[in-house]
Design a protein around this ligand. Structure first.
Ligand code: Y39
Ligand code: FE
Ligand code: FE
Ligand code: FE
Length: 229
């Protein structure tokens, strides 16, 4: 009996639009930062530059799509809120890029942020308005490709990346948990439950770590860092 809740959502209520002004902004800001991150990764991995430029281009088109979702509901995205929301992860990516830590950059963008996007978009699709649903369905397919890029590169370089991945996981997974808590009330108003977001995120992230080469034991240990946020 999925999505019984969806029929009760009033997309034009002030409550919905107020929550949407923050969630929509988060997604728009996230897509912009994802664009910037893939451009930076392209400079760090010259042999993958073309590939990464392609991913960046998709992120820019996602941003435009979500901007049109806000316009369609006559909602003005609260971009200041969204920049603040991403500031910790943004800073960590920036620091890692400055230090040439490509593995950390890939963990932040291609694993953690992509899994966050995959969880959020999959949970949003059944409760979205018709206009936003069509856009989000197209976007989420691309996010799986972005996650796959990170998985493939890290899998091919697993032994050399393992220690850095564990450190980067420990630094950044708690941040995702804080971000989820920060957005839970607004997400609920949009029909998205925090428990479902957490579950989808952990499934996607755990699968990614497994595909890269981590053991079940490693994955359990690494996932536990989310709990201490
Ligand atoms: O790779 C990407 O396109 C990721 C930037 C986008 C992340 C979007 C973050 C979604 C979080 C929304 C939280 C709603 C509950
Ligand atoms: Fe995207
Ligand atoms: Fe992406
Ligand atoms: Fe509810």
């Amino acid at each position: 009996m999925p999505q019984v809740e969806a029929i009760t959502i009033d997309f034009q209520s002030e409550t919905y639009k107020d929550a949407y002004s923050r969630i929509n902004a988060i997604v728009i800001e996230g897509e912009q930062e994802a664009y910037d991150n893939y451009i930076k990764l392209g400079a760090m991995l010259p042999e993958q530059q073309e590939n990464l430029a392609g991913l960046a281009k998709m992120e820019m088109s996602h941003k435009r799509g979500f901007q049109s979702c806000g316009r369609n509901l006559t909602v003005t995205p609260d971009m200041e809120f969204a920049q603040d929301f991403f500031s910790s992860l943004h800073q960590n990516f920036k620091d890692a890029a400055t230090e040439g830590k490509v593995v950390t950059c890939l963990l932040i963008q291609s694993l953690i942020i992509e899994c966050f996007a995959i969880a959020a978009y999959n949970i949003y699709i059944p409760v979205a308005d018709d206009f936003a649903r069509k856009i989000t369905e197209r976007v989420v397919k691309d996010e799986y490709m972005h996650l796959n890029f990170g998985e493939e590169w890290l899998k091919a370089n697993f032994e050399a990346s393992k220690t850095e991945l564990e450190t980067a996981n420990r630094q950044n997974l708690p941040i995702i948990w804080r971000m989820l808590n920060q957005v839970a009330d607004d997400a609920h108003i949009l029909g998205m439950e925090k428990e479902a977001l957490v579950e989808d995120f952990m499934i996607a992230y755990g699968e990614a770590l497994s595909n890269i080469g981590f053991s079940t034991r490693d994955i359990m240990r690494m996932s536990a860092y989310g709990l201490i946020a």
